[in-house]
Design a protein around this ligand. Sequence first.
Ligand code: ATP
Ligand code: MG
Length: 331
Amino acid sequence: RARVFSGVKPTGNLTLGNYLGALRRWAEVDQHRADALFCVVDLHALTVDHDPGRVRRLSRQAATLLLAAGLDPELCTVFVQSHVDEHARLSYLLECVATDGEMRRMIQYKEKAPRERARGGSVRLSLLTYPVLMAADILAYGTDEVPVGEDQTQHVELSRDVAVRFNQRYGHTFVVPRATAPAVAARVMNLQDPASKMGKSDDSGPGIVYLLDEPEVVRKKVMRAVTDSGQDVVYDREGRPGIANLLEILAACEGGDPEELSRGYDSYGALKKDTAEAVVEVLRPLQARHRELCADPSYVDGVLREGARRAREMARPRVDAAYRAIGLLPA
Ligand code: ATP
Ligand code: MG
């Protein structure tokens, strides 16, 4: 069985983008066919200006939402990154393999660094080195596949490069992973700004559908989505990004193909209405399960404790091997 690893950062409330790009596949596909680990990557939430209490709250909420989305601790391992020391231990070794040039070329760094400067004045060093910690997350587990949205493929590429370089220099230690993206909705766009990705830590609330939004809120956000000039419904990501985004969301929620779906609509209004209802229906069971889980926090704690124990066991031997391979004296 393939080893699968993926994660989500507790930097904000989880969005429809997170669900369609990542979580849903983890629950519906990956946990059933692979030996899978899913992680709330809390160390990554410290790379930007943060409130400690909020990160703690969001970490628990993210873990609860992973379970609400259908991850089953009998089938996969669900845990919190900071509970397993191996991630930070390996990250340092990989900092000795990756280069500063590689870090500065990362699109996400180039996008997030100016935003941090605008918000608070300075950029944390960890924002620059974040992809190395992510490489450690992935490589520690001998991961074959990393199911992520399109925005994360560059970071997974970096993990590949680092794995190959480490193996060449110090002997075969790491499996070389690859990213897998969903066929549709690999990059869900902001409903108010279809040129930018829907991201949970973005400021523009009305363009972002959160997984815990009430049905009425979801409907309002989708109905008010910015659409393109023109009237006929065609699937054209370049020319009609707003409509293409709605078609992809609808296709992802209902199953189907955005291009084919477009032929069934002759007005933007009808498309928006169906898309809103499709999203509401996808979120309904998740929200119900989330409510149940919130009533039983000790269950979630237990899952995370057991998950961390299993993850530690899986990561430890490979990280120890990397320590020996790179030239550190065994303790
Ligand atoms: P942040 O704004 O803090 O970076 P985010 O919404 O991008 O938050 P991440 O925790 O960085 O969320 O990513 C979690 C997973 O969700 C990743 O696999 C990422 O590729 C995926 N993802 C994030 N946003 C989208 C999106 N708009 N469409 C599809 N997938 C997405
Ligand atoms: Mg992100």
